[in-house]
Design a protein around this ligand. Structure first.
Ligand code: AMP
Ligand code: ZN
Length: 103
């Protein structure tokens, strides 16, 4: 998607502090962290928001959750973490992403 900052990160046109990536998901640190660990879990496919997810995306969503389980375990964040999805006027970047916040 043209002019989408997260598509540009996915395509390597804009740099990011990557934590994980595979063919379907990229994970990088938020540029303005709101917690000690503020990690964004982003599908490679440009899906605008939570409300745009269709049946065909649900295996991708499951995979995003599995990646988050791994991140929490690997980075030893299990004592205090939370997940967040913004929508509507709370969503600054119109490319679906899960925020993983942790101490
Ligand atoms: P949201 O309000 O859920 O759309 O959140 C978008 C998040 O993306 C914010 O927390 C921003 O700080 C973060 N963000 C915006 N641009 C970048 C970027 N180039 N690299 C990393 N994080 C970014
Ligand atoms: Zn995008």
């Amino acid at each position: 998607m043209e002019n989408c900052i997260f598509c540009k990160i996915v395509q390597g046109e804009i740099n990011a502090n990557f934590v994980y990536r595979d063919g379907e998901i990229v994970v990088f640190r938020d540029i303005k962290p709101k917690a000690k660990h503020h990690i964004l879990v982003v599908p490679v496919e440009h899906v605008e928001s939570l409300l745009d997810l269709q049946d065909k995306h649900f295996s991708l969503l499951t995979k995003m959750i599995k990646v988050i389980q791994q991140l929490v375990k690997e980075h030893k964040l299990d004592s205090a973490y939370k997940l967040m999805v913004n929508g509507g006027k709370y969503q600054e970047v119109p490319h679906l992403h899960l925020h993983l916040l942790a101490d």
